[in-house]
Ligand binder design. Structure first.
Ligand code: SF4
Length: 118
C-alpha cells in the first residue's frame, strides 16, 4: 500500500525555483523512493526547513492543519537528502535528531532522513 509522505527540504540548498526538488520527484515517480518496506509513495506535502537554524516545527504544524482541512493525512515525514547533505557537509545548525524526535512526538508520525541516493 502506498505511503503518504511529507518532505522537508533544505532552504539553502534549493534555489528559488526549488530546482533540486526534481530529484525527489524523480525518486517518487520512478518508484525509487525506496526505503525498506515501501512499495509506493505519494507526496502530500513539501515544505522547507525555514532556513537556518531550521525552525521546522511551526512549518510542519501549518502543513498538518492544511492536511486536516483537506481530509488528508501523512504516514511519514522525510527530511530530504538535501538536509542530509547539509548536515554532513555544510555545518547545518539544525539539531536534526532533536527536531525529528519532536515531530514524532507532536504529530505521532515516524520521521526518516534521506529521500534518494543520488
Ligand atoms: S538549517 Fe540546515 S537544512 Fe535548513 S537551510 Fe540551514 S543548512 Fe539547510
Amino acid at each position: 500500500m502506498a505511503e503518504r509522505i511529507g518532505i522537508i527540504y533544505c532552504e539553502r540548498i534549493q534555489d528559488g525555483s526549488r530546482i533540486g526538488c526534481a530529484k525527489c520527484y524523480k525518486a517518487v515517480n520512478d518508484g525509487t523512493f525506496a526505503f525498506e518496506g515501501m512499495d509506493e509513495a505519494h507526496v502530500v506535502f513539501k515544505t522547507s526547513c525555514g532556513d537556518c537554524p531550521g525552525l521546522v516545527l511551526p512549518k510542519v504544524d501549518v502543513q498538518m492543519l492544511v492536511l486536516d482541512s483537506l481530509g488528508e493525512h501523512v504516514d511519514a515525514v522525510y527530511f530530504g537528502t538535501c538536509v542530509q547533505k547539509a548536515t554532513a557537509l555544510m555545518n547545518c545548525p539544525m539539531n536534526l535528531e532533536g527536531v525529528s524526535a519532536k515531530i514524532e512526538e507532536k504529530f505521532d508520525v515516524p520521521v526518516r532522513v534521506g529521500t534518494h541516493e543520488y
